[in-house]
Write a protein that binds this ligand. Structure first.
Ligand code: NAD
Ligand code: UD2
Length: 309
């Protein structure tokens, strides 16, 4: 791998800041481009001389071209990560979630940077494959501007691969959890919401019967895979699901949370959210073939770290 920092767009956010920590631990330098819309300076070890934080918008092509110069690789994570925000304001979120990706591709072409990781999402499958273990060939059915922008970004990265020799590693994340995930919106990740409320003793609302399942991945396990993709001598073509192929019900997750916290606040059950996916689980054969699996962080251990216990 060439010298020069790894550029992490969105590096002040939940996943990006964990990736920064992991790359620093492996001796890399990181340059972070973040508009701090949801990311925070306090997520980053800014006293480390190998960390550079540049405040800026990925939708600003000139800015992206400037920060790209001298970088060895890119992890493109910057996006409005809230699906609901994309539903409420498709035009604004498209700037970050699609134009930002195109700007990264173009800046890489100009600067001769080849390797790029892209944070795509299980949202590209929509409701397809529900109840099955979803593999990467499952028909795509983006139901929201967020999912459409992610899928379009994947196609553009593939165009730049064929046309300009970019080396994209496209990861479709399932449900990631861990410290620094923002619990402040009703549409934040369920584990971040339930953990915060359990810690504060505030009531928890389960939408539906609590038997719906998700394939939860602890953030440091995800980041281990992302570092491998940055460092791999070569990458195979095609997107890769990131999940454990494991279905955990919300009730099981709550039980684990109760054990970590030492009890749970009152739990109420409300009607399921409209359009909610009942079961989501990743077929991870491709991930297993291409990367070395980290040892899985058990849900209870991940929850304990999230709660600082
Ligand atoms: P996050 O909100 O914590 O991180 C996103 C970061 O991008 C923030 O630091 C934010 O300030 C920054 N950002 C947003 N718009 C920007 C812009 N226009 N210019 C520069 N910076 C900008 O969310 P996260 O969960 O860490 O998500 C990281 C990536 O992973 C996103 O691309 C998200 O879509 C994707 N993803 C996350 C999950 C999950 O379970 N958390 C699942 C699927 C995909
Ligand atoms: C995830 C992503 C979403 C999109 C989608 C695609 C997150 C935060 N969301 O949505 O962006 O990619 O996958 O499939 O990663 N719930 C409660 N109580 C609460 C909050 C949530 O019961 O206070 C339920 C919710 O109704 C759902 C489950 O918890 O059944 C998981 O919700 P989520 O928002 O964490 O994630 P998900 O899979 O719906």
């Amino acid at each position: 791998m060439a010298d020069g920092p790894v550029l992490i767009t969105g590096g002040a956010g939940f996943i990006g800041s964990h990736l920064a920590d992991a790359l620093l631990a492996k001796g890399h330098s990181v340059r972070i481009l973040d508009d701090l819309s949801t990311g925070k300076r306090s997520n980053l070890p800014l006293d480390n001389p190998r960390v550079e934080l540049i405040e800026g918008d990925v939708a600003d092509a000139k800015r992206v071209a400037q920060v790209m110069l001298g970088c060895s690789a890119v992890a493109h994570l910057a996006a409005v990560a809230s699906v609901q925000a994309s539903v409420d304001d498709p035009v604004r979120t498209h700037q970050s979630n699609f134009i930002g990706t195109l700007n990264v591709c173009e800046a890489m072409r100009q600067a001769g940077v080849k390797r790029v990781l892209f944070a795509s999402s299980a949202a590209v499958y929509g409701n397809n494959g529900e109840g099955e273990s979803i593999d990467e060939e499952t028909t795509k059915a983006p139901l929201t501007p967020y999912a459409s922008d992610k899928l379009a970004g994947e196609f553009y990265l593939d165009f730049y691969r064929r046309q300009h020799g970019l080396e994209p590693a496209i990861f479709r994340f399932f449900n990631i959890f861990g410290p620094r995930q923002d619990p402040s919106s009703p549409y934040s990740g369920v584990i971040s919401i339930f953990s915060e409320r359990a810690q504060k003793g505030l009531p928890i609302t389960v939408f539906g019967d609590g038997e719906q399942t998700r394939d939860f991945v602890y953030v440091e396990d995800l980041v281990d895979l992302l570092v491998q993709a940055i460092e791999a001598p070569a990458l195979e073509v095609g997107a890769v699901n990131v999940g454990w192929n494991q279905a955990t019900t919300l009730k099981q997750m709550l039980q684990a949370l109760g054990e970590v916290v030492g009890g749970l606040p009152p739990i109420t059950y409300a009607p399921a959210r409209s359009g909610d996916i009942r079961h989501s689980r990743a077929n991870n054969q491709r991930l297993l073939q291409r990367f070395t699996f980290p040892e899985q962080t058990p849900m209870s251990v991940g929850l304990a770290r999230l709660l600082g216990r």
